[in-house]
Design a protein around this ligand. Sequence first.
Ligand SMILES: Cc1cc2nc3c(=O)[nH]c(=O)nc-3n(C[C@H](O)[C@H](O)[C@H](O)COP(=O)(O)OP(=O)(O)OC[C@H]3O[C@@H](n4cnc5c(N)ncnc54)[C@H](O)[C@@H]3O)c2cc1C
Length: 375
Amino acid sequence: MAKVLILGGGFGGVVAAERLAEQLGDEHQITLVSRSRQFVFYPALVRLAFGKCRPADVSFDLRQSMLNRKVNFIEAEVAHIDPFDRIVTIAHGEIAGKLGYDYLIFALGRRLATERIPGFYEHAHHLLSVDKAIKFGKAIHRLYEGRAVFGQCRDARLPVPVYESAFAMARSLEENGKRDSVAITVVSPTTLESELGDIAAAAALKKAFDAHRIRFLPNLNIESLTEQSAITTSGDIVGFDLLMLVPPFRGSSAASYVGITDDNGYINVDATMRVVGHERIYAVGDCVNLDGPKMGHMAVRQAEVAAMNLAAEIDGKEPSSRYQHELRFVIAGLGNDALYLHKDLWSDEPATVRQGRFWNWAKRVQKKYWEVSHS
Ligand SMILES: Cc1cc2nc3c(=O)[nH]c(=O)nc-3n(C[C@H](O)[C@H](O)[C@H](O)COP(=O)(O)OP(=O)(O)OC[C@H]3O[C@@H](n4cnc5c(N)ncnc54)[C@H](O)[C@@H]3O)c2cc1C
């Protein structure tokens, strides 16, 4: 019998648990540990902030869905992993203390390094949790005139909700007849070409910004915030009355100090999703050291690869399934202009870019499909 421990109840952890439950016999024990029993469908948080759905629509109960798949669920806070002695330290929750394992999948996501931007906590909104999205939503409703700014800090690695929020704001103001009273700006630490990795996609997005009278400011590296100003490393000041900013990302602190991460705390993995230099440990999702934006569909694919390889290892075989790093997303909320992009990040091939109302619908269907197949 093998004891398999999965850390994290997000896209990566849930899919890894489901795939392992399908592939491993009943003699093996699978346990998933996460700090909350709620799974959150993050891509829907922009819709939540703009009042297009309710909190109950963006989450479901993990304990029940894991129980249905014969996976043990423990609601607890992971403090640290020890890959040498194969022990995980649980800080508090339904259990506390040491938990041993034979095989581990690390899927604790990324840490928000808000401390790197002085003034962030006091002056910026973000929408990287249900509570923060609701708070941001309340601030949106209070803004009838002035300057709304949306952006990413350096190392944020999540452009899609920034664009979607700016478009949603423009549409909401248009519907209320207030569009002329609010200036909308999107700021980026780089350029659209490097954020999207493709010239054609950047041109399509720029055109959509122009059509919705959204100003785009590239190469602004926000360093600190005051009540109504974002100050950049080169001393530029961007004034705002409402600011939604994605803070810098770092790897999960639970993997620190054991020699398995890069300088930003992301776990070093190979294409089998195994942690470099260690047998029996895999890492998937936002916590790994792969280039480019951090996306849910990547976490899902990485979890499938890791589960297949872990099951092979238990069977005494070498891991042979390999992950291919692809970027795939829909920028919804642009009406007829919704944008779909697909790019292989490990090749120089240009991206596939599609536009049209269909992609708004496709994104909503994807959410429904996720709910039906995983809850
Ligand atoms: C607003 C928004 C919009 C997005 N839009 C898209 C999109 O359109 N398309 C797309 O593909 N991706 C999108 N993403 C990105 C996507 O949600 C993430 O890439 C994805 O959630 C990563 O999955 P993960 O399993 O690695 O991490 P997460 O989903 O972050 O899951 C990590 C889990 O670990 C738990 N956890 C963390 N630390 C601990 C600890 N110490 N102890 C116990 N439990 C812990 C967390 O509670 C969580 O359950 C969006 C994200 C946001 C925030």
